[in-house]
Ligand binder design. Structure first.
Ligand SMILES: Nc1ncnc2c1ncn2[C@@H]1O[C@H](COP(=O)(O)OP(=O)(O)O)[C@@H](O)[C@H]1O
Ligand SMILES: [Mg+2]
Length: 404
């Protein structure tokens, strides 16, 4: 049988990924500089040695709050930095922290940097500080984090995602929205703006605001953005389902994906402008109930359903190992789809990904990463389980806040 991973890697002439990573006052690292190849990178070390922190740093080369969804203030290294004279940070972190990286995208090199600093909220008399994230591309500050997606893309799997199909809808929605963003860069802006408007609307209602014009204009903006968000999600789900049907994986389970949200479902049978009208009206009607039951229906409630197709089984009823395999199926489909659609490969950040996978599936995943010629940052406490990559990966050990 033809090796489909090898065939996919031939779609692209060049590999993509990080070639140099520099951290300044990031978590347990005062300063760290890593030069790596565009190959799988296996990071091993004891619990708490700093493996996940490195993956988290790479995830900050994408918009948002990284793979832990952390508060920006929690990332700043807790112990003050002792600056060694020969270390020149690529970005001066000042009173905050910084991650910078040289990346390759299809043979072209770019420098991406992000820096988070404390700033004073001027309008606030209490002089509270807040964390501000600044993004630079080739030394130039850019106005929107979503610009990063033109140069770099990362897909992560973390131990927290072992419960992705079981718990509340929010982590599944974020997971879905990150996939949508990978294909449609505007999506990160849309979801961030929606969240911002929603908070404003909610706070106004909570404060007893009766200003119809003000509330109405927020509802109008939310409805327009919400319908755009729902439409982008629908497009992505259709794209991935078609891809999975055409290119089923030979090892990982075949899946089908479904959206479960009022606005997304209405777009099946109504024109977008009519759905927008409906949404605006629905927000207006919910003004009174929102404070009573803290529930507002809309795109901020949409769920994302995954089915194990051959078994006709919803993901939440599958075994823990099967759920992990379903997750791998999704990210492999996303990876290949991105390679075709965007013309460059995403970087995989796989934190303890081998947990719950049987030996055969673990080896199959590692071989697929190798054959797709991806850069994948993979963490584990054990090195011997990566034997199939012994000639292909860079093996690093993490110890005492250093990487060897
Ligand atoms: N802001 C911070 N400053 C300093 N150390 C931190 C900060 N946040 C987390 N740490 C520490 O970083 C260490 C390494 O964490 P992590 O990368 O998650 O380890 P692991 O190797 O198990 O993945 C932990 O001991 C954690 O307490
Ligand atoms: Mg970890």
């Amino acid at each position: 049988m033809e090796n489909s991973a090898v065939r996919f890697s031939e779609v692209l002439k060049e590999k993509s990924g990080v070639t140099r990573l520099t951290l300044t006052d990031f978590r347990n690292y005062a300063q760290l500089r890593l030069n790596v190849g565009l190959c799988p990178i296996v990071l091993t070390g004891e619990n708490g040695s700093g493996k996940t922190n490195i993956l988290e740093a790479v995830s900050f080369l994408t918009p948002g709050r990284g793979l832990r969804g952390a508060r920006l203030a929690d990332i700043k290294r807790l112990t003050p930095t002792l600056v060694t004279p020969d270390f020149e940070p690529a970005l001066n972190a000042g009173n905050g922290w910084a991650v910078s990286a040289a990346i390759q995208k299809n043979g072209e090199e770019f420098n991406l940097g992000t820096m988070v600093q404390k700033a004073l909220r001027e309008e606030d008399e209490s002089a509270k500080t807040f964390e501000r994230r600044i993004v630079q591309i080739d030394g130039q500050k850019v106005s929107s984090q979503s610009e990063l997606g033109k140069y770099f893309s990362a897909i992560w799997v973390t131990p927290q995602m072992d419960r992705l199909f079981l718990g509340g809808t929010q982590p599944r929605r974020s997971f879905l929205d990150r996939i949508v963003y990978a294909f449609d860069l505007e999506h990160a802006k849309r979801t961030a703006n929606f969240e911002h408007l929603y908070k404003q609307w909610y706070q106004l209602l909570k404060a007893g605001c009766r200003d119809n014009a003000w509330l109405g204009s927020l509802e109008e903006e939310m409805a327009a953005l919400g319908v755009a968000i729902a439409a982008a999600r629908r497009e992505l789900i259709a794209r991935l389902n078609t891809f999975i049907e055409q290119e089923p994986d030979d090892v990982f389970p075949d899946i089908s994906l479904e959206l479960d949200g009022t606005i997304e479902k209405l777009l099946d049978k109504m024109a977008a402008v009519d759905v927008e009208d409906y949404y605006r009206g629905s927000l207006f009607k919910q003004r009174h109930s929102v404070l009573a039951n803290d529930y507002v229906d809309g795109v901020n409630r949409t769920d994302f359903k995954v089915y194990y197709k051959k078994k006709h089984m919803p993901a939440e009823l599958c075994s823990t190992g099967e759920q992990k395999s379903l997750l791998v199926s999704i990210i492999l489909a996303q990876t290949k789809c991105q390679m075709l659609d965007k013309g460059f490969a995403p970087v995989l950040l796989l934190d303890e990904v081998t947990t719950h996978l049987d030996d055969a599936k673990r080896d199959a995943l590692l071989c697929k990463i190798r054959d797709l010629q991806l850069q994948a940052w993979i963490t584990s406490t054990e090195q011997q389980i990566f034997n199939v990559l012994k000639n292909d990966a860079l093996f690093l050990s993490v110890k005492n806040n250093m990487v060897y």
